[in-house]
Design a protein. Structure first.
Length: 318
C-alpha cells in the first residue's frame, strides 16, 4: 500500500476558535498580563497547542489548568476547547483510552449546551481515535455524524475536511471506490469554495487511489498536480511524500528512468528533513529499482538502509 498522507492527523488543530499560534515567550508574557478569564484561558490553550510539538507534559498541564479555569468561570465554549485540547495531548501520547474519555466528556458538555459546531468537532476527533485503534466502523459512525452536522450549518471548510477524513477511513479499510468517491467530492468542493489548503492533499490522495487501482497514468496526473502545488508552497515534507509515490508508480510502470529521477529527488528532500517514513518507502523502492536494473550492490545498500530505518521506527513505537 502506498505511503499515505492522513490529513485527519492534522485537522484537529484547525478545530477551534484559537487558531493563531505564537512564540512561547510572547505567550507566556501574555499569560502574566491576562486581565480577564477569557484571555487567561485562551492563552493557556494557545500555549498547550504550541507545546504539543515538543513538550506534551507541559502542554497537558496548561490544557488541564485551562479546563479548571473555564469551569470556574462558566465559559462553555472554552470548557469544550479545553476538553478537546487535553484529548489532543493524550492522542499525541497514543493514550487513546484517556483521549476518548476526555473527548466524550467534552461532547456531553457541547450537547448539553447545544454547541453544534463543537459537537461536530468532537465527533470528528472521536472518529480519529477509533481510526487509530483500527475500529473503522466506529470511526465512520462518528465521522458521518460530524458531516451531517457540518452540512446542517453549511460550514463548507469543515465539510471538506470531514469528507477527507471519511475517505481516509475507507482507504484504510481498502474500500478504494468509496474512498475515491469522498476524495472526489472533497476536491470538487475545494475548487468550488476556493479552499486551497485542501487542494494538494485531495489530489495526492486521489493519486494514491488510482495507483492502488493500477491506473498508473491517472495516478501520475494527480501526483503531478499535487506536486505543482507543493512546489509552489515549498512544502518539503509533502514534496518528499509525492516524489516518493511518483517514483514508486513509475517503477510499477517499468519506466525506470523516471522512477530513478523522482525517487532520487524525493530521497534527497526526505533525508534533509529527516522524514523517516518517507525515507523508508523511498529506500524500499530504490532497492527494488536497482535490483530490476541489475545493480545488485546498490540494491543491497538501499535494502540495508530500509531495514535500519524500519528498525528505528519500530523501536520508537514500543
Amino acid at each position: 500500500m502506498r505511503v499515505f498522507n492522513l490529513i485527519f492527523l492534522f485537522i484537529f488543530f484547525t478545530h477551534n476558535a484559537l487558531s493563531q499560534t505564537g512564540k512561547l515567550d510572547s505567550l507566556e508574557k501574555a499569560l502574566k498580563e491576562a486581565k480577564s478569564d477569557t484571555a487567561l484561558i485562551s492563552t493557556k490553550l494557545l500555549l498547550a497547542k504550541d507545546l504539543m510539538v515538543n513538550n506534551l507534559d507541559r502542554a497537558l498541564r496548561y490544557a488541564q489548568e485551562a479546563l479548571s479555569n473555564a469551569k470556574k468561570a462558566g465559559l462553555v465554549l472554552l470548557i469544550c476547547e479545553s476538553h478537546l485540547s487535553i484529548a489532543r495531548v493524550y492522542y499525541r501520547q497514543t493514550n487513546f483510552p484517556n483521549a476518548l474519555k476526555e473527548a466524550l466528556e467534552g461532547l456531553k458538555v457541547a450537547e448539553k449546551n447545544k454547541q453544534e459546531l463543537q459537537i461536530a468537532h468532537f465527533n470528528v476527533f472521536i472518529g480519529s481515535i477509533y481510526n487509530a485503534e483500527k475500529n473503522y466502523p466506529k470511526a465512520l459512525d462518528y465521522q458521518q455524524k460530524a458531516l451531517s452536522l457540518y452540512q446542517q450549518i453549511s460550514n463548507f471548510e469543515e465539510i471538506i475536511s470531514c469528507k477527507i477524513s471519511i475517505a481516509n477511513t475507507y482507504y484504510l479499510q481498502d474500500s478504494l471506490l468509496k474512498a475515491k468517491k469522498y476524495y472526489e467530492e472533497a476536491l470538487y468542493l475545494t475548487k468550488k469554495q476556493n479552499y486551497n489548503r485542501f487542494l494538494a492533499n485531495c489530489l495526492g490522495n486521489l493519486g494514491n487511489i488510482y495507483d492502488e487501482l493500477k491506473d498508473y497514468r491517472q495516478a501520475i496526473q494527480y501526483y503531478q498536480q499535487a506536486l505543482s502545488v507543493y512546489r509552489a508552497k515549498k512544502s518539503k515534507f509533502s514534496m518528499a511524500w509525492i516524489l516518493g509515490n511518483m517514483g514508486a508508480t513509475y517503477y510499477n510502470m517499468k519506466d525506470y528512468a523516471n522512477a530513478q529521477k523522482y525517487l532520487e529527488e524525493g530521497r534527497v528532500i526526505a533525508f534533509e528533513i529527516k522524514a523517516l517514513e518517507w525515507l523508508l518507502h523511498n529506500y524500499e523502492y530504490s532497492s527494488k529499482l536497482n535490483e530490476s536494473l541489475k545493480k545488485f550492490p546498490l540494491a543491497l545498500e538501499y535494502h540495508k538502509k530500509y531495514l535500519a530505518i524500519k528498525d528505528s521506527i519500530f523501536s520508537k513505537s514500543k
